[in-house]
Design a protein around this ligand. Structure first.
Ligand code: FE2
Ligand code: FE2
Length: 277
């Protein structure tokens, strides 16, 4: 088993049907292509790529087909979980050979490999027909059983809806039902190194049940940061990005990466080789 592991987390790719823009403004396919190009140029190739929901915008077969073609350009295997914009049945219809498709009604699974020091658990928070998320008792019970079976394996958990109040009111209004029950389970399983989420389209960090929880930026648009009460539901175009989770052997370290064209690297030393740090 390798000692180190590098996991790239993309989120909220919101792929639209051919020729359509999200909110008539955002070319999500173009932006995913840029993010994947960026990922491919990293100095280290990730061992695994996870995409934490809202994979497409309307849940259609056409969109999943477009997404799948993009994902063939990823430099590593990938894992998917659905978000509130996704349709489980259409996801299954297109990703038929996804090795981690659940036989149950939910897109929940435990993924592991002899080459991975981490176990990955995906949870399905989709409450079909609603923008808010739900972890019902069936899904919570499955999660608790999965954790109980491997109490000593370092574990990364992923779900689309974050299990905490972010302060961005219109997003908290479509937040996760079952937060308290999930927090209790998290508190009982210290092998959980990190819980990663999407939905907010921004990088936010919190602690739930004593475990670190983090949301990822989107590869496309960003939810406007406004924690005023009754703030309007707005989005904005900030630099898109993704997260890199590095298992160092003793813990997980997360790096935020801006998926935009940039210049460099430039040396921190002068012409004589003297370090200027
Ligand atoms: Fe989203
Ligand atoms: Fe979402």
């Amino acid at each position: 088993m390798d000692f180190f592991m590098l996991i790239a987390q993309l989120s909220d790719t919101h792929i639209k049907p051919q020729g359509k823009l999200a909110y008539k403004r955002v070319d999500t396919s173009l932006m995913l292509g840029v993010a994947i190009d960026h990922l491919r140029q990293l100095p280290q190739t990730p061992d695994l790529i996870v995409i934490t929901g809202d994979l497409v915008d309307e849940g259609s077969i056409e969109e999943y087909g477009i997404l799948r073609r993009f994902l063939t350009n990823l430099p590593a295997p990938y894992l998917l979980i659905p978000g509130n914009h996704d349709d489980r049945n259409n996801m299954r219809a297109v990703f038929t050979d996804h090795p981690w498709i659940s036989e149950t009604g939910f897109w929940q699974y435990s993924a592991s490999s002899p080459n991975w020091p981490l176990r990955i658990i995906g949870l399905d928070t989709v409450n079909q027909g609603h923008s808010s998320g739900l972890l019902c008792q069936t899904r919570l019970d499955w999660f608790e059983d999965a954790l109980t079976q491997e109490p000593n394996t370092p574990t990364l958990v992923m779900l689309h809806h974050p299990p905490f109040k972010t302060g961005i009111g219109h997003m908290d209004d479509i937040g996760l039902e079952g937060q308290e029950e999930l927090a209790k389970i998290l508190s009982l399983h210290p092998q959980i190194q990190l819980v990663i989420c999407g939905h907010l389209h921004r990088n936010i960090r919190a602690t739930v049940g004593g475990r670190a929880v983090m949301t990822s930026p989107s590869t496309a648009h960003t939810v406007q940061l406004d924690i005023a009460e009754n703030a309007a539901a707005m989005y904005r175009m900030e630099p898109p990005g993704y997260l890199l989770h590095w298992w160092s052997g003793v813990g997980l370290v997360t790096h935020h990466v801006s998926a935009v064209s940039s210049s460099g690297p430039f040396p921190f030393f002068d012409d004589s080789g003297k370090l200027l740090l």
